[in-house]
Ligand binder design. Structure first.
Ligand code: IMP
Ligand code: MG
Length: 425
């Protein structure tokens, strides 16, 4: 038995939800360790489609313990809405879920602040999901946040909420913008407390006891490497560490107890929101990827920016995460293309570079150097083994892996649970 961290190696939306669902066939515990309901993890089972935001992707299988760890920022109203919707669809979500008392809460004032800041930035806006993620993490680090454990005492919770809401409203009032209706918002929060308080736990203890008992633990990353607050294309990033190390700090298991890191990698690139994206295609090929790949945000519905596979960015991401194995997703989306391009280097100010520049302004100026490969122009959605892939598809995959310095474990050729196969362990 082992503990595995699964992370996105690009800008998010690599298909982590689907891969987690596939991998959880063998798991006992699934742990979310960062981010919040900015995430949108889509899982399709038979004719049913589930989009999960805060609830870990192991929720759809019976017998799995799902943990929202201390590194997550949790909007209690949104969490209950998600649990309730799952339960109405026959998924026994509450009984499969534990919530860290150390996680930080997101309230409506964080969402208002998120929108307010974006508005002030004008055309330099980050393109956030407006779920209050940045302001909630800022409160955590400023030591003015409210932890989930406070929910256990409604009186204390109300006092903390009202005090912090008053702080935010003072800022909103000064700025002459929308002010939060504190009473109405408190009523919403109060109404969900009885549902969420029973889920509170010391999840670090839970996770370590599960590891002691030899259970299979899967840490489910949200967003992707290039949205990481430290390594991503700052400031066009999210407000948490999305790389594998965060599984330890945000999930509660020590580094020496993590056995392996699996990266999720899409066969091409996408990005939602602003920021540098060297291989972006603003042409018919980009439109084709968007349409065939259904590249619209699972959380916000925004069209995703689409482009060629970037081996420079991916090799760096493999290094940062220690992703010795990858799950390659959406290979089928490339089925109709006659020629494929892979970015192998960047041209920057007259130099050829093969590592990601540190500064986003440099990445913004970087011009990709491409290598071309023939497409396969065959339907791969029914393929269930590496051998059965068209020869050109095998060559494309082999080249991606070689350039990225990693090995293949799982391939996905469609959104359904059964459109997936394992090639190595
Ligand atoms: P925030 O996380 O809402 O603050 O948004 C910051 C940036 O991260 C924006 O560019 C978002 O589009 C992006 N982002 C946040 N969550 C996700 C996700 O789950 N998938 C893809 N992009 C995301
Ligand atoms: Mg997503």
């Amino acid at each position: 038995m082992a503990s595995t961290v699964l992370v996105g190696l690009q800008w998010g939306d690599e298909g982590k939800g689907k891969i987690i669902d596939y991998m959880t066939e063998r798991s006992d515990v699934v742990v979310r360790f960062q981010g919040g309901n900015n995430a949108g993890h889509t899982v399709e089972i038979g004719a049913e489609k589930f989009v999960l935001h805060l609830v870990p992707s192991g929720i759809l299988r019976e017998g799995i313990l799902n943990v929202i760890g201390n590194g997550v920022v949790v909007n209690p109203v949104a969490l209950w809405e998600e649990i309730d919707a799952l339960q109405r669809r026959g998924v026994a979500a509450s009984s499969r879920l534990r919530l860290s008392g150390r996680s930080q809460l997101i309230f409506a004032y964080h969402c208002l602040m998120d929108g307010f800041r974006e508005g002030r930035l004008g055309d330099r806006k980050l393109g956030t999901t407006r779920r209050g993620i940045g302001p909630a993490y800022a409160d955590k680090v400023s030591r003015t946040g409210i932890r989930a454990s406070a929910m256990a005492d409604a009186g204390r919770m109300e006092a903390l909420f009202r005090a912090q809401a008053a702080e935010y409203n003072a800022i909103f009032r000064q700025a002459g913008c929308e002010v939060l209706d504190v009473d109405a918002e408190w009523a919403k929060v109060k109404a969900v407390l009885p549902h969420l308080v029973p889920l509170l736990d010391d999840t670090a203890l839970l996770v370590n006891r599960a590891a002691d008992a030899g259970k299979e633990i899967l840490f489910e990353g949200a967003q992707g490497t290039w949205l990481d607050i430290d390594y991503g294309t700052y400031p066009y990033v999210t407000s948490s560490n999305t790389t594998s190390g965060a599984a330890c700090t945000g999930g509660g298991l020590a580094p020496c107890r993590i056995d392996r890191v699996v990266g999720v990698l899409k066969a091409y690139s996408t990005r939602v929101g602003s920021g540098p994206f060297p291989t972006e295609l603003q042409d018919a090929t980009g439109d084709l990827l968007r349409t065939r790949g259904g590249e619209y945000g699972a959380t916000t519905g925004r069209p995703r920016r689409c482009g060629w596979f970037d081996a420079v960015a991916t090799r760096y991401a493999v290094m940062l995460n220690g992703a010795s194995r990858v799950a390659l997703t959406k290979l089928d989306v490339l089925d109709s293309l006659p020629v494929l391009r892979i970015c192998t280097a960047y041209q920057l100010d007259g130099k050829t570079i093969t590592d990601m520049p540190v500064d986003s302004a440099d990445l913004e100026r970087a011009v990709p150097v491409y290598e071309e490969m023939p497409g396969w122009q065959q339907d791969t959605t029914g393929v269930r083994s590496r051998r059965a892939l068209p020869k050109a598809a095998r060559a494309y995959v082999a080249r991606l892996l070689e350039l990225s310095g990693t090995k293949l474990q799982i391939v996905s050729v469609g959104p359904k649970r059964d459109q997936t196969f394992t090639v190595g362990r």
